[in-house]
Design a binder for this molecule. Structure first.
Ligand SMILES: Cc1ncc(COP(=O)(O)O)c(C=O)c1O
Length: 451
């Protein structure tokens, strides 16, 4: 058996909230002015109440509303596929599985939360959303979701990606979204960066500031974030819940669960239902793979920091490189975030999740091996998970170990072919960040509270 494809009637009916099973509670977000934990009312200007309730909920299961299930059923459950040809190519005794989130209309896992967020905003009377996007996967997913719920959308797209990935721009426009490169002249945060650095490549931290300011200044508009927050990871757990059900068809269970991490949502989505089992004693490894060029977990600090460059968000306890850090313009634009989801950071601190940070060229080499054996072309972000899965399968070969490896195939790379072109033309490089580049951004936050 090579694939498990479930029927629509087997879609999970609830999301899984790991807050109910954490051995130690998550550190709360803090008000930067008072240093005290913030309550939902302080965020109500930019988020709808149902999402704020989910953000702070301790309920283990949260029902997925029917209108959201109805949209999920357009492409979910997604297939769980055994990468038999890759296994044969590697000559490994390991079994490698991937959960294919490229099956959604925008081509990634991002619509799992985009649809839910658009829905909750719509029923809360909001007509327009503002958001940031890196490589355009999130922006296109939210544009898709807004078109289904008849809402307007403005997307601030990180400038380097706006130039590298023109077709994701077109996707956003096709689904009816308005899009500008960030930093943009449209917001105070964008204008400030442009004055200081007119040729700034932009970053997710800057684009988040712009989108938050946009939402904060308009009554009809809320802000929507594609990763990092608890409710985003919650919505993504539909991935891991489906995988658990599908592994029963194979009569197997994964020993290693792998996902790439930008803000942490696809990894959280596939891994959190398994981390729950680990908390309850099951021996399994969960590996979060970040880029060498933006190593928030492996080289950052676990510290309170702002989620954005202009310091408009609450302080979150997370692994961070510092909110002023602007990562090099790697092609995995969705992984260029200075911080990490507080939930994933907390799990790393509890030794429930292990981080890795492979180099860009190794990830592209792995993605090409995958494409030439399995046929599917991974997004550059997904290539990080592919790299880690291949490395684990090679370890199994050395050790003669028949482990089962599961990785999250977070998105296809059909709109990232310029990155592959650059790789084949040998124009891509690795980025081993010098200590002083990291030290400068860290200096700017060391006075903030310690978790
Ligand atoms: C295909 C794909 N995978 C992974 C990511 C990383 O984001 P996250 O860590 O929230 O899953 C992105 C972000 O844009 C993405 O587009």
């Amino acid at each position: 058996m090579k694939r498990s494809v479930l029927g629509e009637n087997e879609l999970p009916r609830s999301w899984y909230n790991i807050a109910a099973d954490l051995p130690e509670p998550l550190r709360p977000p803090l008000d930067p002015g008072t240093g005290k934990p913030i309550g939902p009312e302080q965020l109500a200007a930019i988020f709808p109440m149902p999402l704020l309730e989910q953000e702070m909920s301790a309920e283990r299961e949260i029902a997925i509303p029917e209108p959201v299930l109805d949209v999920y059923a357009m492409w979910r459950p997604t297939p769980l596929i055994r990468a038999v040809r890759l296994e044969q190519h590697l000559g490994t005794p390991a079994k490698i599985f991937y959960k294919y989130e490229g099956a959604s209309p925008p081509g990634s896992h991002k619509p799992n939360t985009a649809v839910a967020q658009a829905y909750y905003n719509k029923i809360s009377g909001i007509e327009r959303l503002a958001t940031e996007t890196g490589a355009g996967q999130w922006g296109s997913a939210l544009a898709f979701a807004c078109s289904l719920f008849d809402m307007a959308l403005k997307v601030y797209m990180v400038r380097v990606s706006y130039e590298q990935k023109p077709y994701r721009r077109s996707l956003i426009q096709t689904w009816g979204g308005e899009i500008v490169p960030s930093p943009s002249p449209d917001t105070p945060a964008g204008r400030q960066v442009l004055e200081a650095t007119p040729d700034s490549p932009g970053s997710l931290g800057i684009a988040i500031s712009e989108a938050v300011q946009d939402a904060a200044h308009r009554d009809d508009t809320n802000y929507s974030l594609g990763s990092v927050l608890n409710h985003v990871l919650l919505h993504q757990t539909v991935i891991g819940l489906e995988a658990q059900r599908q592994f029963r068809d194979f009569g197997l269970e994964p020993d290693v669960v792998i996902g790439c991490v930008g803000g942490g949502s696809n990894f959280g989505g596939i891994a959190l239902p398994y981390v729950r089992e680990k908390i309850h004693g099951k021996p399994l490894r969960a590996i979060a793979v970040e880029p060498e060029a933006c190593p928030s977990i492996t080289r950052g600090h676990y510290h309170y920091d702002f989620g954005d460059t202009a310091q408009t968000t609450p302080l979150m306890a997370m692994h961070t490189l510092g909110h002023s850090f602007v990562p090099p313009g790697i092609h995995a634009g969705g992984l260029r975030y200075h911080g990490m989801a507080p939930l994933i950071s907390h799990l790393v601190e509890l030794d429930l999740v292990e981080p890795q940070a492979p180099a860009q060229l190794d990830c592209f080499a792995a993605a090409v091996t995958f494409a030439r054996t399995e046929g599917v072309i991974p997004a550059p972000e997904t290539a990080h998970a592919v790299q880690a899965a291949i490395a684990e399968a090679e370890r199994c070969k050395r050790e003669g170990s028949e482990e089962t490896i599961l990785f999250g195939f977070s998105g296809h790379g059909f709109f990232d072919m310029s990155a592959y072109d650059a790789y084949f033309a040998e124009k891509l490089t690795n980025y081993q960040l010098p200590e002083d580049a990291l030290a400068r951004a860290w200096e700017a936050i060391r006075e903030l509270p310690k978790p």
